[in-house]
Ligand binder design. Sequence first.
Ligand code: UGA
Length: 351
Amino acid sequence: MSMTIFGKSICVLGGGGFLGSHLVEALARRHCARVTAVDRSLSKLTCDAPQVDRLCASIENPDVVAYAVESHDIVVSTTAICNPALYNTEPLAVIDASFTHLLPLVSACTKAGKRLVHFSTCEVYGRGQLDPEGRTLPMREDESALVLGPVHLERWSYAAAKQLLERVIIGCGLHQGLDFTIIRPFNVIGPRMDFLPGVDGEGVPRVLACFIRALFQGEPLLLVDGGQARRSFIYVDELIEAVVRILERGAAVAGQVVNLGNPDNDITIAELARLIIRAFEHRTGRTHSAGTRGVPAQELYGPGYDDVDRRIADISKARRLLDFDPKVSLDSMLPSIVEDYFVRYGKAYGL
Ligand code: UGA
């Protein structure tokens, strides 16, 4: 095993979020000296390992950025507003969270000579490219064109902001010596994702939480435009293991952009609904009689929404550099995800 994080201190910005909290817990089990979780809320972070420090703060505060960079060997940035429902309703906040608020961090890491591991997104690929037969091509880090929809469709505000920050990071790497790795996760799902509207948040979360809420409420699962869009889902533990390897194998991934996803779990959203209903029914022993219902995208998201028909990661780079080999199927991950939602939210729904 590479030991490049042995004895190192790591700051996880967004350490109270879905991916951040899983990462902090995984790092606490490894050999780093200290992990600092920074977030505005740390309620998802249940880990109480002695080497984990918590800082309830925003990265909009310059002192927090200075502390993260000056007092740690490596900074991991996971902060963003990553719910599509907000891309067209709160685009300025989305752009600030994914771009403006992170510029001081990139600059501080560059000046201080600190390593930055940045969570970008598969959304930077936009709609993706098609082959001559109209099939979606797998998205490749260093070759695929990044094809967004029209600017007036504000859905693409997040992708554009994330793309631009990647360009800043890569520019600082090539021209000013920043040591960085950029990660592009593809539809990670698992325990503690997003929020359930009406219980611990408001609005429209990503698809997993939308479906779980509908199941708890006994309502139909909404299938946007019939649920024909496809996504390939990766289980959070497999993604986090790869991120830990990125932290451990500094030199091998320096200056790289790396896709992390599971192309084998590529399914339609309608099929995902069917699998989640089945896992939920198995857990409750009851039939979800409300089923599913097709809705126009505008009804759920409002004007300015657009969608990605299909998104498949080419993971050959991650296989080569990280021995990445995701294996967990949707059938095997969904029961434990459903169980986690029951443990955290069952009481709120009287179950
Ligand atoms: C989002 C983010 O934009 C990405 O940056 C992020 O990488 C990705 O989630 C992720 O989870 O990793 P997207 O895949 O569009 O992208 O997010 P979802 O909101 O989970 O939507 C997936 C699909 O389900 C879309 O086609 C959406 O229209 C559909 N959907 C969503 C439904 O059919 N019903 C719902 O109730 C909610």
